[in-house]
Ligand binder design. Structure first.
Ligand code: 5AD
Ligand code: SF4
Length: 589
């Protein structure tokens, strides 16, 4: 990106985005030009010099003139597409923006959004001429896609950076020195703290800055640190189709929206991933169609708040129709209107390929209007599985968390969902030891776990995050050992209840999508039922789907019927009956 674009973008963002990150970007932009002598400002039209590094600093020193800034200011820059990114800024040559066969090693931490971000980053770098490697030793560039959601997640990255330090120092004198980059939430949250603390980090790219990776790496080639942590109001990487890395994969994640406007008081995500924005439906459908053509059998629609999806890109749908929330739920933000909503997207996506399972994660309980529940019930290929993050079973704590619902409203929603979608599989997230949580509050969470009997659960001890509302307004007053003890108790109760819930499958026949060999036993296969529970069964010859009497071994991507014989809190076991199709078979008891 032209440095001026940074400035202009930063100015646009000053009106909307978090001030701290923007002023920091301006600071870094200025720093990159701090050595500009006022008299030495050659026109950018002068021929670009070739060569890496050796003359880079002098070219930086003779950056664009003030006139260039004014000239570009007359035409506000459009958001660059990936092809526009290939236009070099004045201080780089086109050649320097290319990867020139440098090998990139990508390492992903945290949630599925980060896995998806890794593929977006890779897709952008691959187009720029980088190669990918799975070997750390072979890498010229190491990029860590990071997570900030809890303190522990960040500590893991700091530890990893220490390990990488020695690798980098060994390579200092080599022809191509090793470059290290921090991508994603931690880059966004800590910004210059990372560059200052770890001099060995060369580049930082926030979650909305991956298109800028070729430029950041080109600047790093000269030995300078480079960063872009600007958050965007509209970046969805809609045109960057993530690269499907494993050819045998049966399922894929498709990003449908980014960011979050909910501002739950404990959560750093709105600060690291920015405002909520949805990807235009047309590009989502195109990606799902391509995945179906490649033979994939399962798509998970991905986002921080998938069911708040709202595609406002087509003007004719931007009516003033107000949003239907789940009954008894409210938002922390001003009501939004118009646009194409999640029910519409789900309907369209599920029509593409009746043999393709559709899942979505992660939703917020507030956005489950009846039309979404009805569609999940009616459409065979939309999995009857809903993640409904409760976070706490105490209305008092839920209020402190600013979740926008009470325990009673949440329980009513669960009852309503179970009425609308009989047999639905439910999962949830819970936080133990949030600010001010009493023993009584904790017991309310225990009782919610017992009452709902989730099939799958994700439980965490509260980890205070700077910038959040809880950090500013509440006290992280639950001692660590109490948090951990409460967490243990929640885990124990969750497991007991999940075991009971999963045992109800014993004797039933489940439709399972085969993923591959079981990790624990070479003679077993592993797959997932509609509710997303892992199902293990012996890898034996079975009758084929055609009823021809032919016997075949099930392969990844096949649907099979499995009779369940035992269940634990996490897994179902059984024996395979036959190969089948999604259309022709439903699970039964
Ligand atoms: N501490 C502990 N857990 C958290 N989560 C989000 N922020 C925090 C925090 N500060 C959990 C929530 C959320 C899940 C993705 O991570 O349960 O749903
Ligand atoms: Fe964080 Fe709440 Fe947004 Fe989930 S809904 S990402 S918990 S702020």
């Amino acid at each position: 990106m032209h440095p001026l674009q940074c400035v202009l973008r930063a100015q646009r963002c000053l009106q909307r985005g978090p001030l701290a990150s923007v002023s920091w970007l301006l600071l870094r932009t200025c720093r990159a030009h701090s050595s500009i002598p006022s008299s030495a400002c050659p026109s950018p039209e002068r021929p670009q010099e070739d060569g890496v590094g050796k003359d880079f600093s002098s070219r930086l020193a003779t950056g664009p003139t003030f006139q260039d800034f004014l000239r570009s200011a007359l035409v506000p820059p459009e958001k660059p597409s990936s092809s526009e990114m290939e236009d070099p800024p004045p201080y780089l040559t086109a050649d320097e923006l290319l990867g020139r066969q440098r090998r990139v090693y990508l390492e992903t931490y945290g949630c599925q959004m980060n896995v998806n971000d890794t593929e977006i980053a890779w897709s952008i770098l691959e187009k720029s001429g980088y190669l990918r490697t799975n070997s750390l030793q072979e890498a010229d560039v190491i990029l860590l896609v990071t997570c900030s959601i809890r303190e522990k997640a960040e500590q893991t990255i700091w530890n990893r950076l220490h390990q990488l330090k020695s690798l980098k120092s060994k390579r200092l004198r080599s022809r191509v020195p090793l470059r290290i980059g921090i991508l994603g939430c931690m880059a966004e949250r800590l910004k210059e703290e990372i560059l200052n603390r770890e001099k060995m980090v060369d580049i930082l790219a926030g979650p909305d800055a991956y298109r800028d990776l070729p430029r950041l790496l080109a600047v790093a080639e000269s030995g300078q640190q480079a960063a872009n942590v600007l958050l965007s109001l509209d970046e969805t990487y809609a045109d960057v189709m993530p690269v499907q890395t494993s050819p045998s994969a049966t399922s894929a994640f498709v990003s449908i929206m980014r960011g979050c406007d909910n501002m739950c008081s404990y959560c750093i995500v709105p600060f690291t991933r920015g405002r909520e924005r949805s990807r235009p439906i047309a590009s989502i459908l195109e990606e799902v169609r391509k995945l179906s053509e490649q033979g994939l059998k399962e798509v998970t629609l991905l986002g921080q708040n998938v069911n708040s999806f709202r595609d406002n890109s087509e003007v004719q749908f931007n009516s003033a129709v107000s949003t239907n929330l789940s009954r008894g739920f409210s938002t922390n933000y001003k009501a939004k209107q118009g646009g194409l909503r999640f029910a519409h997207l789900l309907d369209q996506v599920s029509r593409i390929d009746p043999e393709m399972r559709i899942r979505f994660t992660s939703p917020h309980p507030k956005d489950f209007p009846d039309e979404v529940l009805q569609l999940i019930h009616e459409r065979d290929n939309i999995c009857k599985q809903i993640h409904l993050p409760a976070q706490s079973g105490s209305s008092r704590v839920l209020e402190a968390m600013r979740r926008g619902y009470s325990r009673e409203a949440y329980v009513k929603l669960i009852q309503h969902i179970r009425e609308c979608i009989p047999g639905v599989s439910l999962s949830s997230d819970f936080i133990a030891g949030f600010c001010g949580e009493t023993e009584e509050d904790h017991l309310q969470t225990v009782s919610l776990l017992r009452e709902v009997q989730y099939n799958i659960g994700f439980l965490f001890a509260y980890s205070m995050r700077q910038k959040t509302r809880a950090y500013h307004r509440l006290k992280d007053d639950i001692p660590e050992e109490v948090k951990l003890r409460r967490l243990e108790e929640l885990i124990t109760v969750f497991r007991e209840e999940a075991t009971k819930a999963n045992k109800s499958f014993v004797g039933c026949t489940q439709l399972v999508l085969v993923e591959g060999p079981s990790k624990r036993s070479a003679t077993d296969l592993c797959g997932r039922n509609d509710g997303n529970l892992k199902v293990i069964f012996p890898d034996v010859e079975v009758e084929d789907v055609t009823d021809s009497g032919l016997r075949v071994r099930a392969q990844p991507g096949d649907y099979v019927l499995v009779k369940i014989t035992s269940a634990s809190s996490q897994t179902l076991k059984g024996h395979v009956l036959r190969k089948t199709t999604l259309k022709d078979s439903t699970a039964y008891c």
